[in-house]
Ligand binder design. Structure first.
Ligand SMILES: Cc1ncc(C[n+]2csc(CCOP(=O)(O)OP(=O)(O)O)c2C)c(N)n1
Ligand code: SF4
Ligand SMILES: [Mg+2]
Length: 351
């Protein structure tokens, strides 16, 4: 396959963010995905989120598995660190990288096949360990790359392009992430960028395991009538429970908003995330309520989107293990070796 490189020239008047980069600096190679694939819209949302958050591209490490979705890190953040792993194994590689160097921002990109089929065990353990990351699943209900077989997230009773009915119960990654202890759980739709960009920004700012499930139609194999992942079906059944209006560092109450309409969530970096409630009784800080309400909407045939759960002061794996702040490859022998006396003491305690 030949890649068409984008021209490197920037117009001098392009707007720069606070760290001196234009939006173009967050792009990657030209996409080779099918025209209209939802995954390309998610790449554009990631570019927008990182640019707006003033994240320097070289501070990000993007990791993925195998699939059309897992190819997308080639199409955004071309100046970031990247590792395209084996099918379903992105979480363990991300965990290792995050443990070795906690100074980078970790962005995991995966597909529903990659995370809910072959990689389900890995998905479970990265969520329960609380690895600090933004983990995005580009969920189309099929294995797009291998030509449209049902994935484990496909709804029971939905039809394949050739008319076969899916007999298996679906795995809902949102419900799983909630049960497994993820501390930021959201769902977006690739066709709603205004909702998706703030959800990704919130995940990148979160202090623990952040999971974003993005319904992302596959136009080649899963966009027909009878599929529950086609653009029309998702638009008709998308039930946003809230909207993140903005995340900023200077909280200011908007007097026009009714009491209780805006929920303010303090962030670890001193900022405040503000949620505009769309369902008055939806409480995104209560894990059990979130799980119940997401499943109730699902039973009614609706797709709950928005910030479904957040634990504002969440801790991560580094806090649990009490690790050093420096990247491990910068530690000298003196930092790593406690000395003969300390070693003798440890050995003595084990006798
Ligand atoms: C170990 C292994 N098993 C199977 C495959 C074949 N394979 C490649 S991509 C894929 C599924 C991808 O589906 P998904 O993660 O949903 O990504 P999509 O293409 O739909 O974005 C499979 C089964 C593989 N590459 N490696
Ligand atoms: S096969 Fe489907 S998932 Fe893959 S690029 Fe085409 S539309 Fe996207
Ligand atoms: Mg898929």
């Amino acid at each position: 396959m030949t890649y068409i490189a984008k021209p490197r020239m920037h117009h001098p008047s392009l707007t720069k963010n606070a760290v001196g980069y234009t939006r173009r600096d967050y792009e990657g190679k030209i996409s080779t995905l099918c025209a209209g694939c939802g995954h390309d819209s998610i790449s554009a949302a990631i570019v927008q989120a990182c640019w707006e958050l003033d994240i320097a591209p070289h501070r990000v490490a993007k990791l993925s598995g195998i699939g059309c979705s897992s190819k997308t890190p080639d199409y955004f953040l071309g100046a970031s660190h990247g590792f395209n792993t084996v099918h379903g194994r992105m979480p363990s590689v991300l965990t290792g990288a995050a443990l070795a160097n906690r100074t980078l921002l970790y962005l995991g990109v995966s597909g529903d096949g990659d995370s809910a089929s072959i990689g389900l065990g890995q998905f479970a353990h990265i969520m329960r360990r609380g690895v600090q990351m933004a983990y995005i699943v580009e969920n189309n209900g099929v294995y797009g790359l291998t030509k449209g077989q049902f994935s484990a997230t496909a709804d029971r009773g939905s039809l394949s392009k050739k008319g076969q009915r899916n007999a298996d119960a679906p795995i809902d990654l949102v419900a799983l992430a909630l049960q497994l202890g993820a501390t930021y759980v959201a769902r977006g739709f690739s066709g709603d960028k205004a909702q998706l960009v703030p959800l990704i920004k919130g995940a990148l700012r979160h202090g623990g395991a952040a999971f974003v499930d993005v319904v992302s139609p596959c136009v080649a194999f899963n966009n027909h009538a009878g599929s529950t992942r086609n653009y029309d079906h998702v638009r008709a059944h998308n039930q946003a429970v809230n909207r993140i209006d903005f995340i900023d560092l200077a909280p200011e109450i908007n007097a026009a908003q009714a009491p209780g309409e805006v929920l303010e969530l303090p962030q670890p970096d001193g900022g405040v995330m503000r949620l505009r409630r769309l369902h008055a009784d939806y409480d995104p800080t209560d894990r059990i309520v979130a799980l119940t309400q997401v499943q109730a909407l699902q039973k009614a045939g609706e797709i709950a989107t928005g910030l479904l759960y957040v634990e504002p002061g969440a801790a991560d794996l580094h806090a649990a293990l009490n690790t050093v702040p420096q990247p491990l490859n910068t530690l000298a022998e003196a930092d790593l070796c406690p000395g003969a006396q300390a070693l003798a003491k440890i050995n003595g305690a084990l006798r």
